[in-house]
Design a protein around this ligand. Structure first.
Ligand code: COA
Length: 171
């Protein structure tokens, strides 16, 4: 039996922290679906197509990883994909309450879809997508915080060289 897991998120954009969780999860499960979803309270900076394209480029060397996207409830999508679990990363205690609520709500909605938490590598525990966007928009170096493809997309948005490019805040 193929054991499929889903790693959902906004990935706006994906960071090295996300990529670390992706690579480690792909070692545990036969098939990993990195699923770009919509958090209704967020206004996205990158389009869905851009987020999917960046992730596809990141995982192109990993045959058991698929990038996808979904609308609606995550648990419904997980059931449709025959996923045995949802994976979420935990960076610090501050993530815990939000993640606990999501996991419990998801379990309440569909009893047989469980969530597994993976601790984010400590090198990435301070990284979040919105901070990366802010640093890039102000010309800071993000090369060790995001995969090369994401750095390229951010540079395209904020200027050819985000260190010296136009200082535009994220929308
Ligand atoms: N490394 C670095 N950063 C990480 C990280 C890691 N390992 N794990 C999370 N983060 C950061 C992200 O960068 C992001 O930062 P930001 O807030 O600055 O953008 C933040 O943590 C959380 O983002 P993410 O993990 O992408 O989750 P999300 O909360 O934006 O999206 C969905 C969660 C899409 C999975 C959720 O909204 C969902 O399931 N939506 C579908 C609708 C649904 O089913 N709703 C009911 C849910 S109970």
């Amino acid at each position: 039996m193929v054991r499929t897991a889903i790693y959902p998120g906004s990935f706006d954009p994906a960071t090295n922290g996300h990529f670390d969780i992706i690579k480690r999860s792909a070692k545990i499960f036969d098939h990993l679906i990195v699923a770009v979803g919509a958090n209704p309270v967020k206004k996205y900076f990158f389009s869905l197509e851009e987020r999917v394209a960046m992730l596809n480029e990141m995982v192109s060397d990993y045959p058991n990883i698929e990038v996808s996207h979904f609308d609606g409830l995550l648990v419904e999508y997980a059931a449709r994909m025959n996923a045995v679990t949802i994976i979420r990363g935990l960076r610090a205690v501050s993530d815990f309450e939000y993640e606990l609520e999501l996991a419990l709500m998801n379990r309440h909605l569909k009893r047989d879809v469980d969530t597994i938490f993976m601790m984010t590598d400590e090198r990435y525990s301070f990284i979040r997508s919105s901070l990366v966007r802010e640093v890039a928009s102000l010309g800071g170096d993000i090369s060790d915080k995001v995969p090369a493809v994401v750095e390229r997309y951010l540079k395209k948005k904020f200027g050819s060289n985000s260190r010296t490019g136009p200082h535009r805040p994220p929308s």
